[in-house]
Write a protein that binds this ligand. Sequence first.
Ligand code: MD3
Ligand code: FE
Length: 202
Amino acid sequence: MIYDGVKHFPGFVNREAQESLVLALREAVLAAPLFIPLMPRTGRPFSVRMTNMGSLGWVSDRNGYRYQAAHPDTSTPWPAMPQAILEIWQKVASYPHRPEACLVNFYQGGAKMGLHQDKDEEDFAAPVVSISLGDTALFRFGGTERGGKTSTVKLASGDVLVMGGNSRLCFHGIDRVYSGTSTLLKEGGRINLTMRRVAKPN
Ligand code: MD3
Ligand code: FE
């Protein structure tokens, strides 16, 4: 395996299920439009656009990173998480509680994501589960300290990646997206869904 605690399931979601996820996402984006997050302090915009589904959503603005129950622009609750996404979590997460948040990242043009850790959740015992849709991406991950050695793996449409155990606090990012590598999204680009358990369960 690529790193202790990482599980990569290439093609876990078949084409038909990918197409139905895209339809569900089109509905979700009507209710919760993609927004451009800003880096805390600097206010520099991300190149990735985002939205969320579920009872909590991850947002970033000048004040910092956090989970909140409402869309930052419309102030309405996030749309529900599609059942198909919860079923994927139940199959791969090996964790007995549901995720509250599904962050939707949309990569278009030269969008990428710098190396970072996901540590805004209370419960690191839960993994983060990612579903890739559309064009193939070059995913980079390292250890739990910034500046260590890193490796890459390509994530293609339908791939599921589970980051649990020792990998949960690893630095990771998306170096680039290879345009024209998938026919799933008519306009091209890549969508990544990440399911997250935010609160410590009782
Ligand atoms: C490794 N997203 O949304 S998903 C993110 O493809 C994020 O959009 C990337 O990093 C994307 O925060 C990578 C794979 C992933 C997700 C969560 C992780 C890798 C992870 C959490 C811990 C370690
Ligand atoms: Fe991340």
